[in-house]
Write a protein that binds this ligand. Sequence first.
Ligand code: URA
Length: 485
Amino acid sequence: MIAPRLPRVGTLDAWRAAAKRLAAARVDPAEVEWGLEGEAAPLFAAPLDDLPEPTRALRVPRAFPDLARTLIPERTHLGLSTAYELVLRLQSEPRFLENRADPAVARAERIAKAIRRDIHKMHAFVRFKEQHGRADRRMFTAWFEPDHRIEEAAAPFFADRFGDMDWTIRTPEVAIRFREGALELVAQDGSRPDEGDEMEGLWTTYYGSIFNPARLKPDAMRAEMPKKYWRNLPEAAAIPDLIANARSRVAEMHEAGLTPAAPAIARGPAPEDTTMKMPAQHDLFGSQTLDEVAESASACTRCPLYSDATQVVFGEGPRSASVMFVGEQPGDKEDLAGRPFVGPAGQMFTDCAERVGIDRDDYYVTNAVKHFKFVLRGRRRIHQRPAASEVNACNWWLQQELQMVDPKLVVAMGATALHALTGNGAGILKRRGGVEQTRDGRPCLVTVHPSYLLRLPDEDLRMAEIEKFEADLRRVHDLVREAAA
Ligand code: URA
């Protein structure tokens, strides 16, 4: 095993040098664990320098460097390993990138698409704030939180556009500095600065003035400007009011017989009647619907599973549900349908629930992990258990579902769900039937996963286990009543 550790700034160049060495020595991609400086390497990893210096240049098609540039910033390092996998294969199969059905090529395209989208969002949503204190030059700063490590790829755009001023864009990992025409990136450990300036008011006024209430399309707005960016956009504070008042503004425009025009950017102080009331931050986020959270989850790249799955499978059911059933992860059928528990295990769950008087449509049904994890065997996608790191990464979404649905009772079906909900998934068969507490203090009924029932080869044992599963489910109504009392 070789575990190259790359710097946070200059990652692409360092990856290129490492990939050259590894590919010249034909090191299998499975034997390489890519990471960044400061990240732990496996104990017995051999140093990269043990490999001989490459003597020949690598052969890659002309389009490859651009593709590599869009893979390297991927946050989970899947982009680093995918780029190396491609480079190595190109040495013996120079045209294989043309086969878009190849799983590695398809994966690379999915990653590159996510990175391009992230760069586009950074270019669109960075907002500079003026910093006072220097008399000789105007100085601006901005804060941005990208999904991936795109700072190096995104920086030249800002240098081109804002070359006539000095500025710093900070992200949690890197500071991009532009001083008197020179661009410099510095690795840093940063948190969001707390600063404001009059530019904020200007942005808000500008946004309010170009907003056309007659063209209000909240879904399209959210798709283009997802809510996670709102926190750093001064104009976002105006959106709830603009949406809420859109109807009455359209009616007023009809009455006045005016055609709405987009005035030029506001230069002076905002006139009285266009000054927007600033809602508190929690008003912006507290009114999120489950659909909106699901929409944010659909772009999730918190762990590598997004790259091979067809889509995120979010939970479903009423927001007012008193019970939340939690499984492991979507299976093959769920991955294609985009709905939880619709395959064979889902059928087993639905049938058992119905037999004990539970209509699953009355309850919220979800999974600990929202992407399907599998390996390809021929044309079949074989389920793989998610790793603890993947369960932990996905807990971000499960916790939001718990908070929003606020169930009286949670049912953990299987070890993965139990781990996600309580922090410990060990010994499920001993714990099944018990009522424990979730991390956030809710009663949690422990039971087995319905796929366990499908896997039991012995018919008698299977019938006995199905009865036990139904006995667990039968307790649900009583436990909800107890929790509500
Ligand atoms: N298994 C699960 O845990 N969840 C599903 O949605 C399907 C199968």
